[in-house]
Design a binder for this molecule. Structure first.
Ligand code: B12
Length: 243
């Protein structure tokens, strides 16, 4: 039976270059996501927390690069859907360790954000990354899940008095539901109260501009700074769509 230390030594780390200390462990965490090893992901995340490594570092330099590497390998045809789903499950083991700690740390809520994948679309891996990053940054999240209709988005915004709506779409055939949702926000007068941001692989800055979204970012990692910028909190390297 191999113990954890031996197993860790066998995990090379994501980047090819030699690393030491925390850098190496973060890199190994990413590799454990790629290897779809739920137990190892949990163990490495817990050990990094114990070493008092910043939770954002664990996410941004460990778990998320691991998941992005998996989607890249999928794109290259090296991985298939089962691998992708198993890695996403492994990622959740890490997120489950971090989530309660991140919630505990960020007591001051920056604002409520309604998040969901649009109508007829069941993809949620990217959306869930956006959620954990926004939540970790101090936003309160109302997660509507997948296959969310414009009416459901509007109801949740009204009920929760949310300041921001974040929509995800992974299918070209469902992207137009972002547009329909923004149209409904206009019709109900909610655009005066709520900002919108959109993302997902097929979404582009031009599409975001054309449908009247307030912001777009390609990667989940930029979502917190875009959200802050849209709400006038602070922000930098993201795209607020000029009207
Ligand atoms: C996993 C997957 C599935 C899983 C979904 C499981 C789940 N729980 O999500 C399952 C097997 C269910 C599935 C089903 C289908 N899928 Co699929 N799926 C994928 C796959 C392989 C990976 C998507 C993924 O999770 N990537 C990893 C995450 C991390 O990346 P991401 O989602 O892009 O998110 C990143 C950014 O886009 C961004 N982001 C995402 N959302 C948001 C939101 C905001 C606000 C912001 C700021 C950022 C942001 O942040 C993330 C990290 O940076 C892609 C192929 C691919 N390479 O993308 C196809 C893909 C999206 N699927 C595709 C298709 C066609 C389908 C099906 C129609 C297949 C079928 N014939 O049944 C069904 C549709 C089901 C439905 N109604 O939704 C096509 C879409 C083609 C198109 N352009 O329309 C793709 C591109 C595959 C392909 N090459 O053909 N799929």
């Amino acid at each position: 039976m191999i113990n954890r230390k031996e197993k860790l030594n066998m995990v090379k780390g994501l980047s090819g270059t030699p690393e030491t200390g925390v850098d190496m462990t973060l890199s190994q965490l990413g590799q454990a996501v790629v290897l779809r090893d739920c137990k190892l992901v949990k163990e490495i995340t817990e050990s990094l927390v114990k070493e008092e490594v910043d939770h954002f570092q664990i996410l941004n330099r460990g778990l998320i690069p691991g998941m992005l590497e998996v989607s890249e390998r999928f794109r290259r045809g090296e991985f298939f859907i089962p691998e992708l789903l198993m890695s996403s499950r492994a990622l959740k083991f890490g997120l489950n360790v971090l989530r309660p700690l991140m919630r505990e740390r960020k007591k001051d809520v920056l604002g409520k954000v309604v998040v969901g994948t649009v109508k007829f679309d069941l993809h949620d891996i990217g959306k869930n990354l956006v959620i954990i990053l926004l939540e970790g940054d101090g936003f309160e999240i109302i997660d509507l899940g997948v296959d969310v209709s414009p009416e459901k988005f509007v109801k949740a915004i009204e009920k929760n008095e949310a300041k921001l709506l974040a929509m995800s779409s992974l299918l070209t055939s469902t992207m137009s539901w972002m547009k329909f949702t923004i149209e409904l926000l206009h019709a109900t007068g909610l655009t005066r109260k709520v900002k919108t941001m959109v993302g997902g692989a097929p979404v582009t800055p031009i599409f975001a501009k054309n449908i009247g979204a307030d912001g777009y970012c390609r990667e989940a990692t930029s979502a917190p700074s875009l959200a802050r910028e849209l709400l006038g909190i602070e922000g930098d390297e993201t795209t607020v769509i000029p009207k």
